[in-house]
Design a protein around this ligand. Sequence first.
Ligand code: SF4
Length: 291
Amino acid sequence: MIVKIEQNAGFCFGVVSAINLVEKELGNNDKLYCLGDIVHNNKEVERLSKLGLEVIDIKQMEKLKDTKVMIRAHGEPPSTYELAKKNNIEIIDATCPIVLKLQQNVRKGYTQMKSINGQVVIYGKKGHAEVVGLVGQTDNNAIVISGLEDLDFIDYTKPIHIFSQTTMSKEDYTQICNQIEQKYKALNQNLSSNLLITNSICNKVSSRSKQLIEFADSVDMVLFVSGRSSSNGIYLYNLCKAHKEKTYLISGKEDLKKEWFKGCQSVGISGATSTPMWLMEEISDICTSIN
Ligand code: SF4
């Protein structure tokens, strides 16, 4: 069996630096709290919890004092930083620089929209940590839309500035923006300057699509390794599956099924920006031994 791991798969730099920061902190301390899962990958979370990383939620953070809490690459709303200050908690901030920049742009966009009675719209997964962080930049006033079915939440008689969560599908975002543009223009023929669209999808995710399709073409079967709560993982898996029917979503070696390998001479392994390389290598080793 020929087995290859996609060259571009594995952690993005935002996740790499967050994990480096955890490992560095845990080199000096026995324990570190992390607000939410450090990555959307249970296997990596398990590995880091053995080193002393304890995942907490915001309710648990409210009860902590005089300690350190890590903020992951997805970022957090301003209220989390205020809570930390109040409880004398030192923040170990691993917010990805791309997310940080987006938070700043959303805040700027909100100030501008507020001054002209407009709206900030965020295209993303409702309740996703990054989206919560972005909505927090707008005093929780942003309108979150997750698909075409949510477009009626927007008031098309008012100015609009739309942003996207960094890990959404580029194609879906384009489709959503086109629909918003049509609805807006139908009511505001001479005011199109009051409809602002910011392309805020991370290049690390959007550039993967073409590379993943080419990779899928080069093998008989693709094993896509990802946690089911990873937005970019589900997006990339669906993309790959639409292109290559023989694509399977797995979270670890225990999900492998021998019958998938029937008639296959080559297997490709890929994963989300939150899938650790060690996990893909572990799966690769098992596949290599299958005849
Ligand atoms: S996917 Fe992009 S924005 Fe998200 S953590 Fe990775 S590098 Fe940062």
